[in-house]
Design a protein around this ligand. Structure first.
Ligand code: ZN
Length: 182
């Protein structure tokens, strides 16, 4: 069970009710962080969604006027919340809430996680090992091992030196079939 929650009270109720993950979590407070750790709940920050909503709100007419101030203030807080939760040791899995912005920007979550204080390889682990664990799919997904699905991607460069290479996907293997982008 996943709960898309921004407010602290909603986050606390969802964690206590036993959800597997909280998406967004924007307004989490210290008590929320303690609950995440106590219950072992995953946090899926979706920083890209927050930033995109804040950016869209600045385009005249994109949202109804009544939504605009909230979208700008809440959307832009998400990256700082992520940094705080990460430093506090909350378990984090990668997720983007894609569809609140154009597909193709999903990779930028790596960039924003890195900017928010998480080393690149840790962010990649959130998208692989951790995401598989959250979904209960660790026997098939998350790492390259014998017996798991042959789903592999390769980028053009070393993401630990430049996280932007995560946006330069050159090789995708899905179920053992190769798709090249050269
Ligand atoms: Zn959402």
């Amino acid at each position: 069970m996943a709960a898309h929650a921004h407010g602290a009270e909603g986050i606390k109720r969802a964690i206590r009710a036993g959800v597997s993950s909280i998406e967004h979590g924007t307004l989490m407070d210290d008590e929320c962080i303690e609950l995440f750790k106590k219950y072992g709940t995953w946090y899926v920050p979706t920083i890209t969604a927050g930033r995109s909503v804040a950016d869209s709100a600045k385009i005249p007419g994109y949202y109804p006027a009544i939504i605009v101030p909230k979208a700008i203030s809440i959307g832009s807080q998400l990256q700082a919340t992520f940094g705080k939760a990460y430093k506090a040791g909350v378990k984090i899995a990668f997720g983007t809430d894609a569809a609140v912005y154009a597909h193709g920007k999903n990779w930028m979550e790596f960039l924003y996680m890195n900017e928010g204080g998480m080393p690149a390889l840790e962010a990649i682990k959130c998208a692989t090992v951790n995401a598989a664990e959250l979904l209960g799919q660790s026997s098939q997904l998350g790492s390259i091992e014998k017996g798991k699905l042959a789903d592999i991607v390769a980028v053009d460069g070393d993401p630990s030196k430049d996280i932007h290479v995560m946006g330069k996907m050159k090789f995708v293997m899905k179920d053992g079939k190769v798709y090249r982008n050269e």
